[in-house]
Design a protein around this ligand. Structure first.
Ligand code: ADQ
Length: 462
């Protein structure tokens, strides 16, 4: 069995539950094959030389974790700059928030070259390499330039934008050409594959060969959708564990007279949280019977706070929540509870189960795992209703949710009202079908399908 090598910006010890579902899922294959997980250590060396970094190796069971320090300049241009100020906003259709500083691309390339240079000596001839996410798009091209012939797959966790938006990135052609150094590109949704196809046909003047095979720049690659899932069984077990049960009981007691609506996100502009609060406000305005009853709990954990756009969204949200509470709140009822913190993973299922409505309304999202977690946590006998943005990758799979356009405040408010009013038998039948789908295509299915496809994809590189 070939050894699996995973490369991602950050690395986690797959044996620790805090590592999260993805790490645990990748960890399974890494353990089975005595694999290697390679990435940034999280350490920034303040006065370190650019393009250099110390490599650390440690064992986590059968898995080797190899991590690399980054100099301040590499970190700022590769991670904060190009990854989070160019690729993240543009890939989420937010050209207005992109900063095409010319220095960023140099650092992005330099860091990818550094990753490749440090990885090559650790590789074996028949390794299977799986690279994750937008930080590392050019990694395979750098590895190929250093002579690597191994099979290399890439999974993009965020959306691929339409051709016309992609074309706004000054280095778009270089980025897309870099993708052709992989043997397999995995996207979250069919729509991302369509965006890729349009780019290849119209911008690169390449060809679609059928069976998800594409040819451009004298290379052939397979590009398919592999919607990422959650570990449904693990999440169900968490739901029945003490912490989640306690959370559920507390919420049910505290809000016994109320209907809970829940949002759980990183505080990112792609997640559409202000739009959600505006829709909630409209619900209270248009359907007064929800006053003193409907309560929105919005948990928004801090993220990337050194990037300007994140400070802006925080201020906007605080002011919106304050205004709704000021306008509609009563001495014994606050319409919005906004918490700018991470909640402990073990408590998430209990919170989800206590909520009559799960609000997952991003303006754009690669997949959105909270949508799947909300469904997995419900009591099948009396499940809550998922209100889901049509712009989340999850919407392609989760058609039985109530799909909304989060830009349409009025329409979203109407749909939330529909969710609050939905009869029990309809809630049950929608939930049953959603649960079946997320069970059939869970995170283990995702990992296995991607890796099986990567092993079998025709490769010109031997
Ligand atoms: P993220 O944008 O981070 O990831 P998402 O899928 O929504 O997104 O959530 C990841 C996990 O973080 C979930 O397990 C969720 O429960 C947890 N989480 C989020 N906010 C939290 C909070 N405030 N407190 C506690 N836990 C919280 C990217 C892409 C997504 C894609 C994932 C996986 O942007 O579209 O689904 O990768 O590929």
């Amino acid at each position: 069995m070939s050894r699996l090598v995973v490369v991602s910006n950050r690395v986690a010890d797959p044996r620790k539950p805090a590592a999260g579902g993805l790490a645990v899922a990748l960890g399974e294959s890494l353990q089975q094959t005595g694999g290697l997980w390679f990435g940034w250590s999280g350490t920034i060396v303040e006065d370190g030389p650019t393009g250099e970094g110390e490599l650390h190796q440690q064992q986590a069971g059968k898995v080797t974790l190899a991590t690399l320090d980054l100099s301040r300049e590499d970190h700022d241009s590769y991670y904060l700059g190009y990854s989070n100020n160019v690729l993240w906003p543009v890939f989420h259709d937010r050209l207005d928030l992109a900063n095409f500083d010319a220095g960023y691309i140099t650092g992005y390339r330099r860091a990818n070259q550094l990753f490749a240079r440090k990885l090559v000596p650790l590789l074996k001839e028949d390794d299977i390499i799986w690279v994750h996410d937008y930080h590392l798009i050019p990694l395979a091209a750098e590895l190929r330039a250093m002579g690597c012939k191994q099979r290399i797959g890439f999974f993009l966790h965020i959306p691929l934008p339409p051709q016309i938006i992609m074309a706004a990135i000054p280095q778009h052609e270089w980025l897309m050409r870099s993708l052709f150094a992989y043997d397999l590109i995995g996207f979250q949704a069919q729509q991302d594959v369509q965006h890729f196809e349009r780019y290849v046909l119209n911008e690169a003047r390449g060809q679609a060969l059928g069976d998800d095979m594409f040819r451009a720049w004298n290379n052939t690659v397979r590009a398919s959708a592999f919607p990422i899932g959650i570990d449904v069984d693990e999440f169900a077990a968490l739901t029945h564990a003490k912490e989640a049960q306690d959370m559920y009981t507390t919420m049910k007691r505290e809000y016994s007279q109320r209907r809970l609506l829940l949002g759980i996100d990183r505080l990112d502009y792609s997640k559409g949280i202000p739009n959600r609060v505006r829709a909630f406000r409209e619900l209270l305005a248009n359907y007064p019977e929800n006053r003193r009853s409907a309560t929105l709990i919005q948990i928004a954990s801090p993220t990337r706070e050194t990037v300007d756009a994140y400070g802006d969204i925080r201020r906007e949200l605080e002011s919106l929540c304050g205004a709704v509470n000021g306008d509609y709140g009563e001495l014994d009822w606050m319409p919005v509870r906004y918490i700018h913190r991470m909640v402990a993973r073990k408590r998430v299922p209990g919170l989800c189960r206590a909520a009559a409505v799960g609000l997952v309304t991003p303006l754009r999202d690669g997949m959105n795992l909270v949508a799947k977690e909300y469904v997995a946590a419900q009591d099948p006998a009396d499940p809550g209703v998922l209100v889901l943005s049509r712009f989340a990758g999850a919407a392609e799979q989760m058609k039985e949710a109530l799909l909304v356009n989060p830009y349409d405040t009025h329409g979203t408010a109407e749909t939330i009202q529909q969710a609050l009013q939905m009869p029990l038998d309809e809630r049950r039948s929608r939930h049953q079908r959603l649960l079946q789908r997320i069970r059939d295509q869970d995170v283990h299915w995702w990992r296995k399908t991607f890796l099986d496809t990567l092993k079998n994809v025709p490769s010109e590189r031997g």
